[in-house]
Design a protein around this ligand. Structure first.
Ligand code: KE4
Length: 427
């Protein structure tokens, strides 16, 4: 794989900070030099030597149709021939916003961005602008992109104010964010009681993917909605991962909860840079130019991203009934994996929400970040590398989600289970 015997990662590190353009790609938590990708198609991804892997990362979620779907590629090529960016409105953006609103009615107005980070950052600024309050609540283990207010770790006590999750974030900013344990309703109620009049918003992943997959326990989302509504605190669902992942729409309709704002990303861009924030008309119309809350982006609503996204959403809409089969297949894969681990006496806790899943290397249950962190990350790392050897590409971190696509076949599943069996034999 190495050109003139120098690993591409070594070459990359000579010109790219850390050798990658996003940290998780460096495989730091599983060790070893990351594989570089040459191309991908359907459920497969190929390294620089042309070795094929069954891909369960799917670019961290966007590629639900599988890589290089011909209709998506055709839409992007067609759009590109007409120009790649204009800095002026296009009807493609209107079409995208209409598709989103039709699928997620709570998003009465939409604003496109170029990343999920921008969408979440905009949602927080909107909430603060609309309420005139500065504090926000997030949950440990949930990730909403790398805006200062959201890269915050929990304070020492459950309701002590946040601490910077990274150097470069001022204490003053961190102190405006409270990070609570996911699924902890008493902590939520106590925090709202303590800080209600200063709270602009509560933001969360309605099904968490960024500590590994962690599902909301019965009553958690409902308690969130009730507590926020009671104190005029905006509820923000970060559906960057879950939007269009479980069904043609948001996780919110399955949960029967209507947030005030929703963030989207990933799938709605079909693999091109995208994000979106949307919600109640009276909130969204506070955004410039209609309102006074500023937000902007040179490439927001970029015609190529809109073409890839609209093609993806149109295909998903046409096959909305197929989500059930995808869910069934993911369930079967999870159960078969559990059997293989049990046969080897290796503890595993499979958390799954439809076609997103995490194999936690522990007995479980895993219901929040504290319990997720009990996983045996060394064993996960060895399993990860064994699976790579056996042609299966899983998330290079115990604390990420894996994804199934509509392109994964029964043969892929059989080959995956065979790879698990072979890997466990040598674990
Ligand atoms: P982006 O800025 O990466 O487009 O979106 C940030 C974001 C926001 N909200 C949720 C729920 C997210 O999962 C993400 C980004 N997800 C990570 C993987 N878990 C992206 C991968 C990476 O950082 O390279």
């Amino acid at each position: 794989m190495s050109k003139n015997n120098i690993h591409p990662f070594t070459e990359a590190a000579r010109v790219i900070a850390g050798g990658v353009n996003s940290p998780v790609r460096a495989w730091k938590s599983v060790g070893g030099d990351p594989l570089f990708v040459q191309r991908a198609a359907g459920s497969k991804i190929y390294d620089l030597d042309g070795k094929e892997y069954i891909d369960y990362v799917l670019s961290w979620g966007p590629m639900i149709l599988g890589h290089a779907h011909p209709d998506v590629i055709a839409a992007v090529c067609d759009a590109a021939r007409r120009g790649t960016s204009f800095g002026a409105p296009t009807t493609a953006e209107t079409e995208m916003a209409r598709l989103i609103r039709e699928a997620i009615p709570s998003m009465e107005r939409v604003r496109m961005t170029s990343s999920g980070t921008e969408a979440a950052m905009t949602a927080i600024r909107l909430a603060r602008g609309c309420t005139g309050r500065n504090m926000i609540i997030k949950f440990d283990g949930c990730y909403h992109g790398h805006a200062d207010s959201l890269l915050i770790k929990a304070g020492s006590g459950v309701t002590t104010l946040g601490i910077p999750g990274s150097p470069g974030i001022p204490e003053a900013v961190a102190n405006l964010t409270l990070s609570l344990p996911y699924n902890d309703v008493p902590a939520l109620k106590k925090a709202v009681e303590l800080y209600a009049e200063n709270l602009a918003a509560v933001i969360l992943e309605p099904v968490a993917g960024n500590m590994g997959v962690v599902l909301p326990e019965d009553g958690f989302l409902k308690a969130l909605r009730e507590a926020t509504a009671e104190h005029n605190i905006l509820l923000i669902f970060d559906e960057v991962i879950t939007g269009f992942r479980f069904r043609f729409g948001g996780c919110q309709s399955l949960a029967g909860i209507q947030p005030d704002l929703t963030c989207l990303g990933k799938i709605i861009g079909g693999g091109l840079p995208v994000g979106a924030v949307g919600g109640k008309k009276e909130i969204m119309e506070r955004l410039a130019p209609a309102g006074d809350v500023y937000q902007a982006g040179t490439l927001s609503g970029n015609p190529l991203a809109m073409s890839a996204g609209a093609a993806t959403l149109s295909i998903l809409k046409s096959m909305a009934g197929a989500y059930a089969a995808l869910d069934e297949r993911a369930g079967r894969l999870g159960r078969e994996m559990e059997k293989l681990f049990a046969a080897r006496g290796i503890p595993i806790c499979v958390n799954r929400a439809f076609s997103m899943f995490t194999l936690f290397f522990q007995e479980g249950p895993v219901c929040d970040l504290t319990s997720a962190l009990r996983s045996d990350t060394d064993l996960y790392a060895r399993f990860f590398h064994g699976m790579i050897q056996n042609g299966v590409w899983l998330a290079p971190s115990q604390f990420e989600a894996g994804f199934l696509s509509f392109a994964h076949t029964e043969d892929d599943m059989a080959r995956t289970l065979s790879a698990v069996e072979k890997t466990l034999r040598r674990l």
